[in-house]
Design a binder for this molecule. Structure first.
Ligand code: HEC
Ligand code: HEC
Ligand code: HEC
Ligand code: HEC
Ligand code: HEC
Ligand code: HEC
Length: 418
């Protein structure tokens, strides 16, 4: 057996030999390394919260390097099983001290549709990539700030575990967030239908495998209908993006600002009344309030600090535009908001209740025209309309009661198309 071969026996001696040589020089590291391997049971008992929390303790007794706390400052290569434990700790699957905290419950590891106010796993991992395990330990065990103190309250990890969680988080930077839902179903069905369609055609004309021809005709009919339907629906939706709701770089919520705080839309979208575009507020506008408000009830400091760093570094926040009309269409907010007295809600839905902005109208030509055909305009009080002499005349005679936008040219191609 190979077990008895002299080479294998010798193998056991190598580590001892190596230890013997490097031990004196690296005594510090070695001692702490030992504590990792030996104390896995003991650390829990030896290591009270105090030894981590108590800064004075450390400064008064610098000699106390052996404390498990010092693990936080040591760079070492972790074994594969330690990395796995780091991952299990992050997902709350390992139970230190009979209680576990699932970081992933708050710090999403996959993309979500709904707004999660907590920073996601990718964000915190990136932020701490170049920080130390001690920094992570501080934010977990000695959280500062209203929100952080509240959410990280029950975390009770040992320094060793924190090193492992940190190692997993560093790895997570490369893994990134998992995409939420696979988008294959429709495409998959379409391809499948196309294959059956082709098969039936070939079978009818060339191969003639199926004896009963009506089966092939049936398949052709069903798949043909499905394919046409899919193509038509998708062609109509081409360039349309109703329900579009991209994840924005800062978790800005209209529900909080326009809803709860009751800030007027025009405070931020000030050009809506006099210009073509409603405009997105520059970060200075945010700073009017966020110079003072540094803590959000839902997101703590994590989101607002992005505004502040954008302001300080003079790097504008890169908002993703939600509503997009094609270039060949002319649309002006001023005409609608100011002259037409159309409420934002009619076109943008109940923004006051949206945490994440969503496009509620399809912005199709039919949508514009439908409103113009039916919407009454303020014909009397607008001097501009006095040039429509015949309409004024008809109204005076009582032939018409109201004037719609369509009657004053709201359905003429040139009004909307350059
Ligand atoms: C405190 C400032 C603020 C207030 C108040 C505010 N908004 Fe906004 N709004 C923003 C910011 C910032 C964005 C860009 C980020 C986003 O899309 O969420 C935005 C985006 C939008 C968009 C999407 C723009 C696009 O990209 O197509 C619409 C529509 C909108 N706001 C409508 C409203 C309406 C309606 C109100 C009033 C009920 C309102 N906003 C109040 C700041 C504000
Ligand atoms: C008649 C429908 C309509 C009304 C009313 C309306 N909007 Fe819009 N809004 C649009 C359309 C259409 C776009 C897309 C414009 C584009 O892509 O050129 C848009 C775009 C926006 C944008 C994105 C930035 C921009 O200007 O392109 C913001 C912000 C916005 N609207 C806010 C508002 C606010 C605030 C109000 C109310 C004061 C309002 N809108 C009223 C139809 C409307
Ligand atoms: C008129 C004052 C005002 C303006 C302008 C303003 N905010 Fe706020 N914002 C607040 C207040 C007040 C809160 C705290 C709300 C709370 O905690 O319930 C807040 C909270 C927030 C939060 C955290 C929400 C939470 O609960 O965690 C974010 C993110 C935010 N604002 C982003 C922005 C951005 C981006 C802008 C600029 C486009 C902006 N704010 C402009 C008043 C303002
Ligand atoms: C109950 C929800 C919750 C749980 C559980 C939780 N966190 Fe957090 N964490 C938060 C929130 C909220 C913030 C942002 C607070 C703020 O910025 O004020 C945060 C912030 C952080 C940050 C960034 C701190 C900074 O400097 O910006 C890190 C790192 C972090 N958490 C790691 C973890 C780890 C590791 C765990 C698991 C052991 C964990 N969190 C468990 C809610 C949670
Ligand atoms: C909710 C109703 C509504 C919708 C939707 C709407 N409009 Fe209008 N639009 C009006 C009203 C009302 C007026 C008249 C404003 C006034 O009194 O001058 C108007 C006027 C106009 C005018 C000026 C016409 C003129 O006589 O000079 C243009 C251009 C226009 N709209 C373009 C559009 C486009 C493009 C869209 C679609 C992207 C659109 N509108 C969607 C209500 C609407
Ligand atoms: C009230 C504004 C308005 C009027 C009036 C209007 N259009 Fe449009 N039109 C639009 C908008 C908005 C779109 C973009 C629709 C989209 O992207 O789906 C559009 C798109 C189109 C397109 C591109 C095909 C498409 O559906 O995307 C053509 C062609 C077109 N219009 C022709 C016309 C002609 C011809 C007239 C006159 C009979 C006319 N339009 C009048 C608003 C208008």
């Amino acid at each position: 057996m190979y077990r008895n071969s002299p080479a294998t026996k010798f193998k056991y001696l190598i580590p001892v030999f190596v230890l013997f040589i490097i031990a004196p020089g690296l005594s510090n590291i070695l001692r702490s390394d030992d504590s990792v391997t030996f104390l896995s049971e003991n650390t829990n008992e030896v290591q009270t919260r105090d030894s981590v929390n108590n800064k004075e303790n450390r400064t008064r007794e610098p000699a106390k390097q052996q404390s498990p706390d010092s693990l936080l400052d040591i760079q070492r290569n972790l074994k594969a099983e330690e990395l796995v434990r780091g991952e299990r700790l992050f997902y709350g699957l390992a139970y230190p001290k009979d209680q576990s905290v699932n970081c992933a419950v708050c710090h999403n590891t996959s993309v979500t549709d709904t707004l999660n106010w907590n920073p996601d796993a990718s964000e915190i991992s990136n932020k701490y990539l170049h920080k130390s395990a001690r920094d992570l330990s501080n934010v977990l065990l000695k959280p500062v700030g209203l929100k952080m103190a509240q959410v990280h309250k029950n975390i009770n990890l040992t320094p060793e575990d924190i090193v492992l969680v940190k190692a997993y988080m560093d790895k997570f930077v490369n893994i990134g967030l998992r995409p939420n839902k696979p988008v294959i179903t429709n495409l998959f069905l379409f391809i499948l239908a196309s294959i059956f369609f082709l098969f039936s055609i070939i079978d009818i004309t060339i191969s003639k495998i199926l004896k009963r021809r009506w089966v092939n005709y049936g398949v052709l009919l069903v798949t043909g209908l499905f394919i046409t339907y899919t193509l038509v629906i998708n062609a109509l939706a081409l360039g349309r993006s109703i329900d579009y709701s991209p994840v924005q770089p800062v978790k800005f919520s209209h529900a909080v600002h326009a809803g709860q705080n009751g800030t007027d839309c025009i405070y931020c979208h000030s050009s809506a009344t006099y210009s073509k575009s409603a405009g997105i507020p520059p970060v200075n506008v945010c700073m009017n309030c966020h110079l003072m408000v540094r803590n959000g009830t839902r997101s703590g400091v994590s989101e607002i600090s992005k505004i502040i760093s954008s302001y300080e570094n003079q790097k504008p926040i890169e908002w993703i535009k939600v509503h997009n009309l094609p270039d060949h269409v002319f649309f002006s907010h001023a005409q609608h908001v100011n002259a037409g007295k159309t409420d934002c809600v009619e076109c943008h839905g109940n923004v006051k209740e949206m945490n994440v902005i969503k496009q509620v109208s399809d912005l199709s030509m039919g949508w514009c025209i439908n409103c113009h055909r039916t919407r009454n305009i303020d014909f009397h009080d607008n001097l501009f309309y006095s040039q429509y002499k015949d309409l004024t005349e008809k109204m005076r005679k009582g032939e018409i009661k109201d004037v719609t936008e369509g009657m004053v040219g709201g359905t003429e191609c040139m009004k909307c198309h350059y």
